[in-house]
Design a protein around this ligand. Structure first.
Ligand code: SAM
Ligand code: SF4
Length: 469
C-alpha cells in the first residue's frame, strides 16, 4: 500500500466505506467505553471514531466535548497560538469551483505583490504585534516562477519594525517537486501546509476542472515529497463542505497513518476550513455537503481525541462565537485580524478586499480584540516560535508532546511572548485584561514551569525580547 511507486493508494476508499457501513455498537455504554479510551490519550481507531461520529444524544455529546476538553488541557495547557495569513498573490492557473482565485473567474481583481509590497504588508502585521505568518498564494507565479515564493519568504524574514519581526513563516502553496521543497526548507520555513480539499476521488474530479490541481495523486503525495526533502512539520486539511465530513475524517486519518508509517511522524497540524462564500463561485455559497455547526464542533472534538498530539488550526473563516466554542474542544492555533486579498493589510480598503479576496472571512475583529477575547476566556494568547527555532520539529516535537511535557515549554513561552505583546502593542483595555491573566496563570503554575515562566516574563518586563525555552 505504501510502496514508493504506489504511494498514492494509501487512501483506501473501500475501507472508509466499509467502516461507515459497519453496524457499530452505538449504545451509551459503548460510547462511554470509547470516551474512556480517548481520555488515555493514545488515539482512537477507525471503529471508535465511527462510534463517536454517530453520537446524537445531547448528554453523550456533552461527554464527547468534555473528553476533548480534558485532552486539550492536559496536552496543550492554556495556550492558543496566533498567526496571520499573508496572501502574496491571487494569480492562479487552476479552476477549483469553490475558490475566487480560479483562473476562469473574471470577477476577481488579479494581483501579485512586488517584494516591496510584501515588505509593506509585513510591516503592518508586525506593527499589529504578529510574530507568525502563513504565506498563501494561488498556483501561478509572476515571471520568476517558483523563485517568487522563495523571495517572498526571504523578504518576510528581513523586515524589522521597532522591536518586532516575523519569527516563523509557514507556507501554503501548491504541491512541489522534492528539489523545490528542499529550496523552500532552505529559506527557513516552519510548516509546509496543504489541504487535500477532499480525499474522495470522484468528488475531487468534479470540483477541480482545469490546471495541475486536477491531478489527485500529485496532491495527495505532496507531503511525502515535503518530508523526503527534510521538511519535518507539515500541515494537512480538508475543505469541509465538498463531501461527507465523516468520510473525510476517516480518510484524513488514513493519510496521517501513512505518514506515521513511512516517516515515523505524522503531520504537525490539521486544518479544518469550512467552505465560505467567494466572489464568482456559486458552489462556495451552496456547498454540496454542508457541515452544520454542531457537526463541526463534533468533528473538531473527534479529531482532538483521535490524534491527540497533532495541532488543530481554526481560521477566521469561522465566526467569533464558533471559534470561541472550538478553543475548548481542541483547537491549538488560530488566525486573527486576517485579510485574504493580496495587499489587504496595508490598504484596508473594503471595496478592494471584496474584489480580490479568496473568500469572505467570518471573524473580522482586529488582532487586539481577538487577543483580549482569548485572554478574557482564560487562554494564553501565544506568539511563541520557540520549538521550531530550537529544532523541536517533526518527531522531536512529538516525543516532547506525547508525555504531555510540551506544556512545560508552551506555557512559559506563551506567557513571555504574550507579555511582549502586552508591552509593545496592546491597547490599554487589552493590557489590563492581559496583565491580570499573566498574574493568575503564574500563580496557578507549580514547580519548574512556574520558575521558568516567572524568569521569562521578568526578562521581558525588564526590556529583553525573544526569550524562550
Ligand atoms: N493555491 C494553493 C492550493 O490550492 O493549494 C494554495 C492556496 S489556496 C488559496 C488555500 C486554501 O484555501 C485551499 O487549499 C482551499 O482549501 C481554501 N479555500 C479555497 N476556496 C475556499 C472557500 N471558498 N472557502 C474556504 N476556503 C477556501
Ligand atoms: Fe487556485 Fe488554490 Fe484557489 Fe484552487 S484553491 S483556484 S489552486 S488558489
Amino acid at each position: 500500500m505504501a510502496s514508493e511507486e504506489g504511494v498514492e493508494r494509501f487512501i483506501d476508499e473501500a475501507k472508509v466505506d466499509a467502516v461507515l457501513a459497519a453496524g457499530q455498537d452505538r449504545s451509551a455504554a459503548h460510547v462511554r467505553e470509547v470516551l474512556a479510551k480517548a481520555r488515555e490519550m493514545h488515539g482512537l481507531d477507525d471503529a471508535d471514531v465511527s462510534v463517536l461520529m454517530g453520537i446524537s444524544d445531547p448528554e453523550l455529546l456533552g461527554e464527547l466535548f468534555d473528553a476533548a476538553r480534558f485532552v486539550k488541557d492536559t496536552i496543550y495547557g492554556r495556550r492558543l497560538v496566533l498567526f496571520a495569513p499573508l496572501y502574496v498573490s491571487n494569480l492562479c492557473g487552476n479552476d477549483c469551483v469553490y475558490c475566487a482565485f480560479r483562473a476562469r473567474n473574471r470577477e476577481v481583481t488579479r494581483r501579485a505583490l512586488t517584494q516591496d509590497e510584501v515588505a509593506n504588508e509585513v510591516r503592518v502585521l508586525v506593527e499589529h504585534g504578529h510574530k507568525r505568518v502563513l504565506l498563501v498564494a494561488g498556483e501561478s507565479y509572476p515571471h520568476e516562477g517558483f523563485n517568487y515564493v522563495l523571495k517572498c519568504v526571504e523578504t518576510i524574514y528581513q523586515v524589522k519594525v521597532g522591536r518586532g519581526e516575523i519569527r516563523r513563516v509557514n507556507v501554503n502553496v501548491a504541491p512541489l517537486e522534492v528539489e523545490q521543497f528542499k529550496a523552500l526548507k532552505a529559506t527557513g520555513i516552519g510548516t509546509y501546509q496543504l489541504f487535500q480539499e477532499t480525499y474522495h476521488r470522484g468528488t475531487y474530479a468534479r470540483v477541480h476542472l482545469a490546471g495541475k490541481k486536477r491531478d489527485f495523486d500529485w496532491r495527495v503525495t505532496a507531503m511525502d515529497r515535503a518530508m523526503q526533502a527534510g521538511i519535518d512539520d507539515v500541515g494537512i486539511g480538508v475543505l469541509f463542505g465538498l463531501w461527507d465530513w465523516r468520510w473525510e475524517v476517516l480518510a484524513l486519518l488514513q493519510h496521517i497513518r501513512h505518514l506515521e508509517a513511512r516517516f515515523g511522524v505524522g503531520p504537525h497540524t490539521i486544518s479544518v476550513p469550512r467552505m465560505e462564500p467567494a466572489i464568482g463561485s456559486d458552489v462556495a455559497s451552496h456547498p454540496p455537503k454542508p457541515v452544520s455547526d454542531i457537526d463541526f464542533r463534533k468533528l473538531v472534538a473527534i479529531l482532538r481525541l483521535a490524534v491527540p498530539y497533532t495541532g488543530i488550526i481554526m481560521s477566521t473563516r469561522e465566526t467569533a462565537n464558533l471559534r470561541r466554542e472550538t478553543f475548548a474542544l481542541g483547537v491549538s492555533q488560530i488566525s486573527a485580524g486576517s485579510r485574504t486579498n493580496p495587499g489587504g493589510y496595508e490598504e484596508e480598503d473594503a471595496k478592494k478586499e471584496f474584489e480580490a479576496a479568496q473568500f469572505q472571512v467570518g471573524d473580522h475583529r482586529p488582532l487586539d480584540e481577538v487577543v483580549r477575547d482569548v485572554a478574557s476566556m482564560g487562554y494564553i494568547p501565544s506568539f511563541c516560535t520557540g520549538c521550531y527555532r530550537l529544532g523541536r520539529t517533526g518527531a522531536d516535537f512529538m516525543d516532547l508532546a506525547k508525555p504531555g511535557d510540551i506544556k512545560q515549554h508552551c506555557d512559559p513561552n506563551g506567557l513571555s511572548t504574550f507579555m511582549e505583546y502586552l508591552l509593545d502593542y496592546a491597547s490599554p483595555e487589552t493590557r489590563a485584561v492581559g496583565d491580570a491573566l499573566v498574574d493568575s496563570v503564574l500563580a496557578g503554575m507549580e514547580g519548574k514551569p512556574q520558575a521558568t515562566a516567572r524568569k521569562l516574563v521578568e526578562a521581558v518586563r525588564s526590556g529583553k525580547r525573544d526569550v524562550y525555552v
